[in-house]
Write a protein of this length. Structure first.
Length: 205
């Protein structure tokens, strides 16, 4: 390994160390209660070291979210193999929930934890987050085009579908489903998806 390769490997190790510590602190303390100094203390380096890699804590949060959204978007592509649009939209919901339940820390950072929303809107790189929503809109539109889904405003339909899956994911991740026995929860989730999917489907005119 040459000098450049060793330098790049060292950079990636440090970034991984910073991101890992920041994720734990953001989730434990809340974004607003974590400072660069606190992250530095966690990894036993000086704040100046962190500033060599990230300009502020918002930049660190964006990096973590980008990692989560990249993984999320990749997993969503699995639905494209399903040609039946009803089954595809149903599969989309299952993939969404599967990602959330397998990656609760990322999901929390991406969709639940309060963060610098104004900066997210301004940051060009946030397109990686919007990409997943556009993918959902495309899926909903294609189902609508089959004639089996009521024609309505596309953003309204996509947002409603997202709200359903996000609501389920958030309730489960935050342990708000204690009214259901653990061995029944998966059946409740599956039944809820089927109930909604069957409710919005209609006979083709």
């Amino acid at each position: 390994m040459g000098i450049a390769e060793r330098r790049e490997a060292g950079k990636k190790r440090m970034q991984s160390l910073i991101l890992g510590a920041a994720m734990k602190l953001f989730l434990e303390k809340g974004f607003d209660n974590v400072s660069i100094r606190r992250i530095a203390e966690k990894i036993e380096y000086s704040p100046a070291t962190i500033y060599l890699y990230y300009k502020d804590k918002s930049d660190i949060l964006f990096a973590l979210q980008a990692m989560g959204f990249e993984k999320f978007y990749t997993e969503q592509q699995a639905i494209l193999s399903e040609k039946d649009m009803w089954k595809r939209l149903r599969k989309h919901a299952k993939v969404y929930l599967s990602f959330a339940l397998k990656n609760p820390e990322y999901y929390d950072l991406m969709f639940i934890m309060r963060g610098p929303v104004k900066k997210m809107k301004e940051k060009k790189e946030w397109e990686i987050g919007r990409r997943s929503y556009e993918f959902l809109k495309k899926n909903v539109k294609e189902y609508m085009d089959t004639g089996y889904l009521k024609k309505t405003n596309l953003d309204v339909a996509a947002f409603a579908f997202w709200s359903l899956t996000h609501g389920i994911a958030s309730l489960v991740i935050r342990d708000r489903c204690i009214m259901f026995p653990d061995n029944h929860l998966n059946a409740i989730i599956e039944g809820s998806l089927d109930f909604v999917m069957e409710s919005i489907a209609k006979k083709k005119q």
